[in-house]
Design a protein around this ligand. Structure first.
Ligand SMILES: CC(C)(COP(=O)(O)OP(=O)(O)OC[C@H]1O[C@@H](n2cnc3c(N)ncnc32)[C@H](O)[C@@H]1OP(=O)(O)O)[C@@H](O)C(=O)NCCC(=O)NCCS
Length: 180
């Protein structure tokens, strides 16, 4: 696995970086809008997206480029509404324990910083925080068409346990789990 290039640092992304992450997200969505809109879906409104960065249920990390701008960001959480999707695939006695199941909400890498292995750095760093807090199951969802992201999920040891159709868009989603 690639490690973080020199001069790039992992940073905690608090609410002061939320707008920068939202702007990055919008640039990414605009970039895929014509050809690959199914690759990345954000259901949150702008306010809800920004609120993730100050929620006690979430933690957000960024990778800062040498000039101080964010090259990417990733958010993990324990939001119950999101975790519910994974309940059928996790033993009930584990699912019932707070913190035992962690959720990778999203990882986004800014357009000028692709191909440096940053998505896998985010997996590693977010997973570390979830595992420190007691996670035994790491969960997320991904588009089956997003070959770059899906390849990284597989390289990181996630397996597909199911799939569903995203209600608003009709796009398919794979349900991914990694046992720690
Ligand atoms: C998926 C994503 C996080 C991958 O980021 P990454 O850290 O650049 O991934 P990698 O470094 O493993 O890139 C592997 C290869 O795919 C290419 N690549 C990655 N994402 C690409 C994209 N969206 N379009 C075209 N090529 C892409 C890279 O250039 C690289 O090619 P190379 O090996 O020839 O250099 C990034 O594309 C992204 O932010 N996409 C939008 C958000 C998203 O889909 N997130 C995942 C859902 S949680």
């Amino acid at each position: 696995m690639k490690s973080l290039p020199r001069d790039y640092c992992p940073v905690v992304c608090d609410s002061s970086r939320a707008q920068e992450c939202l702007d990055m997200c919008k640039a990414i969505l605009a970039d895929i809008a014509d050809k690959n809109p199914s690759w990345y879906i954000i259901d949150e409104t702008d306010d809800e997206y920004r609120a993730l960065f100050s929620s006690p249920e979430c933690f957000a990390l960024g990778i800062e480029a040498p000039d101080g701008t964010l090259a990417g960001c990733g958010v993990a959480s324990y939001r119950a509404a999101e975790l519910e999707r994974f309940r059928p695939f996790i033993p009930e006695e584990d699912f019932a324990v707070s913190g035992r199941v962690g959720y990778i909400e999203f990882i986004q890498v800014a357009l000028g910083y692709r191909g440096l292995g940053f998505q896998r750095v985010f997996f590693r760093e977010l997973e570390k925080l979830l595992v420190e807090r007691g996670a035994k199951y790491l969960t997320s969802v991904v588009s089956p068409d997003n070959r770059y992201s899906l390849a990284n999920f597989h390289k990181e040891g996630y397996r597909e346990v199911g799939r569903y159709v995203h209600q608003r868009t009709g796009y398919p989603r794979l349900i991914m789990i990694k046992n720690v």
